[in-house]
Design a protein around this ligand. Structure first.
Ligand code: CTP
Ligand code: MG
Length: 230
């Protein structure tokens, strides 16, 4: 695991929450606290992360700045505007981040981040320079064609659902962003894969859910209220 002062977290929160009905999820209150603050608190408390960059929609930079100040998130080195795609937002975060050897990219839409996930990610990334949190798929997955016709059943034993944190040697991620062709909703790991860079998975956490649709809020609220009470 990297031990020097060399990890910057990039929290991407610049999406427009279309599946949530067009709301900026970063500012959705959960238990009275904006969603973004949960993962930011974990980063703030982590002895493994020295600085953070928060990427939000251009129109929300001021609002995010105020939040960071009000709540004393002193590790935040920059709040910057994101782009049209997640990839663009991560790139913006990379450009705004202070120099570091490693970057830990995390979706602010996953408020149940833990110190264990950060730790596991950094340990795993020290191998090839790229590691992503993932969990084995447990449901049977079918490929479905037009009209709802099942076409095939995939071999579940090799399938994983990928989460964040995704941890990278910064220079490798930078190069991947510069050199990879545009891809359909690719995460950062996919950019490296496209260049043939070895990416490994490390154990994610089933509770590290992404707030995507309104139903997810109920689950996340329950998970986070338990955490506060524990
Ligand atoms: N994200 C971002 N910039 C974008 C798109 C997404 O920073 N242009 C961030 C989101 O804010 C979120 C994470 O990437 O923290 C994962 O994206 P997703 O859950 O898809 O969020 P949204 O893009 O906001 O939601 P939707 O796809 O439903 O519009
Ligand atoms: Mg999206």
């Amino acid at each position: 695991m990297p031990t020097t002062l060399d990890v910057v977290a990039i929290l991407v929160a610049a999406g427009s929450g279309q599946r949530m009905g067009g709301v900026e999820k970063a500012f959705l209150p959960i238990g009275g606290i904006p969603l973004l603050c949960y993962s930011l608190s974990v980063v703030q408390a982590s002895p493994l992360v020295q600085a953070a960059v928060v990427v939000v929609q251009g129109s929300s930079v001021k609002r995010a700045h105020s939040l960071v100040e009000e709540r004393g998130f002193s590790k935040v080195a920059a709040v910057c505007p994101g782009g049209a795609t997640r990839r663009d937002s991560v790139w913006a975060g990379l450009e705004a981040a202070p120099p570091s050897t490693w970057v830990l990219v995390h979706d602010a839409a996953r408020p149940c981040l833990t110190e264990e996930l950060i730790q596991r990610g950094l340990t795993a990334a020290s191998g090839t320079g790229a590691a992503v949190a993932a969990i084995p798929v447990e449901d049977t997955i079918k490929e479905v064609g037009p009209g709802g016709a099942v076409q095939s059943t995939l071999d579940r034993s090799r399938l994983y659902t990928v989460q964040t944190p995704q941890v990278f040697a910064r220079e490798v991620l930078r190069r991947a962003h510069q050199e990879s062709p545009p891809g359909p909703s690719w995460d950062d790991a996919a950019l490296l894969e496209a260049l043939g860079w070895p990416v490994c998975v490390y154990p994610g956490d089933r509770r590290n859910v992404k707030v995507t649709v309104p139903e997810d809020l109920e689950l996340v609220e329950a998970l986070l209220s338990r955490r506060k009470g524990s």
